[in-house]
Ligand binder design. Structure first.
Ligand code: HEM
Length: 172
């Protein structure tokens, strides 16, 4: 049986090595060691999501306040990309598949999510070009990892998976 990682690579077209290139240096430090670039990116992203002309996609986020969604996401990204453990201090383990269980994370939803994230990345000036490329590989692979996880949980299997999408980089 294909693992979630293998499905994520096949469906996203991103090899695991490219997806986790964000772990080769410390992205948080490379971007200046502050939360600002991540706040900028998440604000840019969710502004697009909450204004999406596609109602079916906008509706997926209707249960959350935009400000909360921005904070949840930027705290996760800061933590995942080498900064302080802001997300886990407030929300606990990222457990991305379990946290997305209530939502219809389909292939179509992943493409729409990635469309907005690509636009947000492109227009966030506090992130340099090389980091933008790395981030998009990570986002693309993770989005399809969540699609695979969503299918798995809907088929009644558990949600445990040894994966690197939500885990922070191990301490050096
Ligand atoms: C939260 C949908 C992909 C990370 C959420 C929420 C929704 C959602 C509806 C709730 C908003 C909130 O209250 O925070 C989706 C859909 C995706 C997707 C449809 C399409 C594939 C991703 C990806 C990542 C991610 C690729 C990581 C790179 C998160 C995080 C949270 C979140 C960290 C906050 C969880 C929490 O604090 O409980 N997502 N998401 N999502 N998502 Fe996604």
């Amino acid at each position: 049986m294909q693992s979630l990682q293998e499905k994520a690579s096949e469906w996203s077209g991103v090899a695991a090595g490219d997806a986790f290139a964000i772990d080769e240096g410390n992205v948080f430090e490379a971007l200046g060691g502050t939360t600002q670039p991540f706040v900028d990116l998440s604000t840019n992203f969710y502004t697009r999501v909450y204004e999406d002309e596609e109602e079916w996609f906008r509706q997926i986020f209707a249960g959350s306040k935009k400000e909360d969604a921005i904070r949840n996401q930027y705290e996760f990204l800061v933590q995942r990309m080498g900064g302080p453990q802001l997300f886990s201090q407030r929300r606990g383990h990222p457990a991305l598949i379990a946290r997305h269980r209530p939502f219809p994370v389909t292939h179509q939803a992943a493409e729409r999510w990635l469309h907005h994230m690509q636009q947000a990345v492109n227009t966030t000036d506090s992130i340099d070009a090389a980091t933008k490329t790395k981030m998009m590989y990570f986002f693309r692979h993770t989005a399809y990892f969540l699609v695979a996880g969503n299918e798995m949980t809907r088929q009644g299997h558990g949600t445990s998976c040894k994966c690197k999408h939500g885990e922070s980089k191990p301490a050096e």
